[in-house]
Design a protein around this ligand. Structure first.
Ligand code: 5AD
Length: 361
């Protein structure tokens, strides 16, 4: 048995093992790891895939993250916020097409207007479609705000840590109170306290990131006992400061490959969580979503934002699906899932088994 095959048999992978596995480049050995991810997925969460309709609520952001196309200082970004009617329309599309849940994502904003508007949308969606589970991905807020949104009807929250290592975190964020690594970790704690199913994630292939950073990220997810993860390759955007460091980036293929390895290894070390096959994967490879599912992911998030608005939600360049309407996005996703040999679990909120087990008395 090769050393990689025997490593994969270990009952618990530690940091050093993960560094070795993440550093594998030989195609046969990479495939061994991806196959193991798929095997574990089949045994634990099965070949069912859950759909979340992604509503990109607004690209207005108070933050200035050095990698992100909707950062506050990008004057070229055309800013928008969906109207209440557009939000409800997107939720209706999601519901009528049998998705079990929606994700409302937006730039990070503070202040009563934002908090109250979103609270109203959550309540309206929850009242109209009580079976539709509501996930939020709206950034760092106070525990009190998280509680208000939870009480209005939201039950899951995604907040990527972006990198679990503070040295790298501060290379990709400004050094100020708005971008504190400690506050971001605290926000993840607060979400747990407020009762949400909590998800986090990282970008893969950031400048200066190496396999040890990525192994730490996996350990971070496990230590936090997280319920869901969404992670994908970093893709540069020319209107951001990090673009100046593009010369040190891994080539696209390598960022893509490492992303698949991260999915497979995460499935192996956290067998029952929900893992998304992300849009950024699809952006780097036309079969990216399918390959993510085949490495161990079990969640896909078709975009249901009205077309006229979503063209301006550009976190990175060449984003896949910008000019595809909601029905066509769903069709594309359906195809990827079928090609991966999986089947869609319609009318099912897709609660992470990890969360159900964690909260069972
Ligand atoms: N490349 C890839 N992902 C990005 N995100 C933001 N900017 C980029 C980029 N340039 C991701 C962040 C954020 C999520 C909504 O989008 O991880 O949490």
């Amino acid at each position: 048995m090769s050393s990689i095959a025997s490593l994969l048999e270990k009952p618990e992978l530690g940091f050093d093992d993960l560094v070795v596995l993440l550093s594998v480049e030989d195609p046969d050995e990479v495939q061994l790891i991806l196959d193991k991810g798929q095997e574990v997925k089949k045994k634990t969460v099965g070949n069912k895939v859950y759909l979340r309709g992604l509503i990109e609520l607004s690209n207005i952001c108070r933050k200035d993250c050095l990698y992100c196309g909707i950062r506050k200082s990008n004057d070229k970004a055309v800013r928008y916020a969906l109207t209440a009617e557009e939000v409800l329309q997107s939720a209706r599309f999601t519901y009528e097409n049998g998705f079990g849940s929606i994700v409302i994502q937006s730039g990070e904003l503070l202040g009563e207007t934002f908090v109250k508007d979103l609270e109203g949308y959550i309540r309206a969606i929850h009242t109209a479609y009580p079976d539709l589970l509501i996930t939020l991905s709206c950034g760092e807020e106070s525990l009190e705000t998280y509680r208000r949104w939870f009480n209005a009807g939201a039950n899951r929250y995604l907040l990527r840590i972006e990198s679990s290592q503070s040295d790298l975190y501060y290379k990709i964020h400004p050094h100020d109170l708005f971008h504190s690594f400690e506050s971001r970790k605290q926000a993840l704690e607060d979400l747990r306290t407020a009762g949400y199913q909590v998800g986090t994630g990282v970008m893969i292939g950031l400048p200066w990131q190496n396999e040890a950073h990525l192994a730490h990220d996996l350990i971070f997810f496990r230590e936090l006992d997280i319920d869901m993860v969404g992670m994908g390759p970093y893709i540069e955007h020319s209107e951001t400061p990090l673009y100046d460091s593009r010369d040190v980036l891994w080539p696209y293929e390598k960022r893509f490959q490492k992303s698949l390895l991260m999915i497979a290894l995460l499935r192996i070390i956290m067998p029952t969580i929900n893992i998304a096959s992300t849009t950024a994967l699809e952006t780097l490879d036309p079969k990216g979503r399918k390959k993510g599912l085949m490495a161990g992911a079990n969640v896909v998030m078709p975009n249901v934002t009205p077309m006229a608005k979503k063209v301006n939600y550009k976190l990175y360049e060449k984003k896949s699906g910008l000019y595809t309407d909601s029905s066509a996005s769903l069709e594309k996703v359906r195809q990827s899932i079928e090609e991966a040999g999986d089947s869609i679990c319609f009318f099912n909120p897709g609660i992470s088994r990890h969360f159900s087990d964690r909260t069972k008395e």
